[in-house]
Design a protein around this ligand. Structure first.
Ligand SMILES: [Zn+2]
Length: 168
């Protein structure tokens, strides 16, 4: 027997109804804490950042050096072959001036961010990061920059172990 419901029983509720106490509610803030493995490639990448170094993976098939490293080449559909250190210098591939801060509030002084093609990595393979110690009006594509690292004791295996990139 198939009977289609023309009308569903129940009471539609809006968030205002809930806030005003039209129905009984229960508030619960879960204390959810979790951790996950970043995997072999990213794990080594983060560990090397802690050492003040940037590491990638080479694929011998397409000869690309991938940064951040990946254990699998998505172009060749095969595992990558070896670890390769690249330099902590590079060239601005593209950039943007953000007039919003991390909380999406408007700010007067822009935060410059850029994709930086790293020396030693394949062309077009770069990392997105902040620029610093630079007049925003002088930033241009092709500008050479270097990483400004946190002091070794403050590094924690994060991309923020690099404070920013500054012009060379
Ligand atoms: Zn490849």
């Amino acid at each position: 027997m198939t009977e289609k419901y023309k009308e569903y029983s129940g009471t539609p509720l809006s968030s205002r109804d809930i806030k005003s106490g039209k129905v009984i509610t229960f508030k619960w803030r879960p204390n959810a804490k979790y951790a996950w493995s970043v995997g072999i490639a990213y794990g080594r990448f983060l560990e090397e950042l802690k050492n003040g170094k940037i590491i990638g993976r080479r694929c011998r098939e397409c000869e690309r050096i991938l940064v951040p490293p990946r254990m699998f080449c998505e172009q060749c559909f095969r595992p990558t072959d070896e670890w390769v250190f690249v330099k902590d210098t590079g060239v601005i591939n593209t950039f943007s001036l953000s007039y919003l801060d991390a909380d999406a509030r408007r700010i007067k002084t822009p935060i410059p961010v850029a994709v930086i093609d790293l020396d030693g990595a394949s062309p077009g393979i770069g990392i997105l990061h902040k620029l610093g110690n630079v007049d925003p009006k002088r930033i241009h594509i092709g500008m050479r920059v270097r990483a400004v690292w946190k002091p070794a004791k403050q590094r924690e295996g994060s991309v923020t172990d690099i404070k920013y990139w500054e012009p060379i």
